[in-house]
Design a protein around this ligand. Structure first.
Ligand code: PLP
Length: 469
């Protein structure tokens, strides 16, 4: 008798769940030929950021600004109040942030890095330390441009792709305390806490950790600011993995977590289910004043900060959609699905699964390629050449150079990120991606590394060019 194929739920010994939406509009995509892909990759200098999207089949470059908006959000776009000052949509967004995150003062920005810029310029004095849970590219750069010294204080487990620690995003208080003991609490601008931690594999921070951080910070008079970009996903992991939260709605967990901080910056292009936008929000009125003084210089008036009224409306609606339990379960559930497929085939990936992406361990794919021949950059190129799937390097290219020595920084993790856009692809797309990764893994021995032939001064991973060795 033929063996019946089991559904995903049956394989896991439970009833299946499905996405809490159906598809109303589609965007056709096209598979290219191998010859076309070779040409496109050479032209792009082996950098997936430089590929035209028309040459891409399944685009897992990023989950940033790639979400599918709902019919409600599109309807909200028609309610845009494009008044220069005091747009209706600004007040809707402000009340939504107060309601969902609990922050009192909202300053909109054009996207996350605009918010990071304002926060860094107003909150960091030259020479101050900024302890954070692993660096994020734009966050760290803005902190450094403001004269801050970024220090990675994430727990050691985060640097080990095989550690099964459920909260690899946690901050190590002993590492913070070392800075405080050596240089005094005044030497710290603020604690920079990201949930989830992108560069560690989309790994969450536990509620217990943020509570302990709050206690420590209060004792020493230090502020805590969150990178809230994927905090809804972080809240979902707390529900799934931390004792005492199983029966709490994600919305409640999110608000509790944010409540242990003094404010946050946000890239709305991620959790908020919109294509553009961001904000910075704080509880302290004086800090808010400083931010408002600066937003008019770099972004726009404090009631739009670089966003159109219609974009603020879509964001306000998206925020409410993003904190629905069945939505966030399906969102992270899709990441989990791809992760489990690859794990079943023993493909080296970062463990456990994170919130927005599956990370391939390029060092384990290509043990014969040294880090200065860019194994993760190579793997992202190979994946595209095999199947038109676009992924992103998160390794030595992303880490950049040490500003003092001018040498490459060699991060322990050399990863390729398969980032899943929200509400965009189906399970069948995930199957195609998994099969492509398997194929590339099986061919790994035959692959050579790359050399960099063009290197931009800032955030080099976006525009660097390479040639095959
Ligand atoms: C994307 C991102 C940012 C920067 O936001 P942009 O909207 O891309 O400018 C900051 N922090 C994290 C964790 C991000 O993922």
């Amino acid at each position: 008798m033929k063996e019946r194929i089991k559904t995903m739920g049956q394989q896991a010994g439970r009833r299946s769940w499905a996405e809490p939406w159906k598809i109303k509009m589609v965007e056709p995509i096209r598979m290219t030929s191998k010859e076309e892909r070779i040409k496109a990759m050479e032209k792009a200098g082996y950098n997936t950021f430089l590929l035209p999207s028309a040459d891409v089949y399944i685009d897992l470059l990023t989950d940033s600004g790639t979400s599918a908006m709902s019919d409600r959000q599109w309807a909200g776009m028609m309610l845009g109040d494009e008044a220069y000052a005091g747009s209706v949509n600004f007040y809707h967004l402000e009340s939504t942030i107060r309601d969902v995150y609990g922050f009192q003062h909202l300053i909109p920005t054009h996207q996350g890095r605009g918010a990071e810029h304002l926060m860094s310029q107003t909150q960091i004095k030259k020479g101050q330390y900024v302890p954070g849970n692993m660096y994020f590219t734009t966050t760290k750069l803005h902190q450094e441009l403001a004269g801050g010294i970024f220090v990675d204080v994430i727990i050691d487990e985060a640097h080990d792709p095989n550690s099964e620690h459920p909260f690899k995003g946690n901050m190590d208080i002993a590492k913070i305390d070392k800075i405080v003991k050596e240089h005094g609490a005044d030497s710290i601008a603020y604690l920079s806490v990201a949930g989830t931690v992108n560069m560690a594999g989309g790994q969450p921070v536990s509620m217990q950790n943020i509570k302990e951080l709050r206690e420590y910070a209060d004792k020493h008079g230090i502020l805590i600011y969150l990178d809230a970009t994927r905090l809804v996903e972080n809240a979902y992991f707390i529900k799934e993995r931390e004792e005492g939260y199983k029966d709490k709605p994600v919305a409640e967990i999110l608000k509790e977590f944010a409540g242990y901080s003094d404010g946050a910056w946000m890239s709305g292009k991620k959790d908020h289910l919109v294509n553009i936008g961001g904000w910075v929000a704080v509880n302290d009125a004086d800090v808010a004043d400083k931010l408002r003084n600066l937003v008019v210089v770099y972004e726009g008036l404090h009631t739009y900060g670089g966003m159109a009224g219609r974009d603020m409306e879509a964001m306000a609606i998206g925020i409410k959609e993003s904190i629905q339990d069945d939505y966030i379960r399906a969102r992270v559930g899709q990441v989990q699905y791809l992760w489990e497929l690859l794990d079943n085939w023993n493909i080296p990936i970062v463990r456990p699964y994170g919130g927005h992406a599956v990370f391939l361990d390029a060092k384990a794919f290509y043990p014969h390629i040294p880090q200065d021949e860019f194994p993760a950059q190579t793997l992202a190129a190979e994946l595209y050449l095999d199947s038109g799937v676009r992924a992103m390097e998160r390794g030595v290219v992303s880490a950049g150079r040490d500003p003092k020595t001018g040498k490459h920084k060699y991060p322990k993790l050399e990863l390729v990120r398969l980032t899943i856009p929200r509400r965009v692809y189906t399970e069948a797309h995930m199957d195609v991606v998994a099969e492509a990764v398997k194929e590339v893994y099986e061919d790994a021995k035959n692959v050579k590394g790359l050399k960099m032939v063009y290197e931009p001064a800032y955030l080099r991973f976006f525009q660097a060019k390479f040639e095959r060795l």
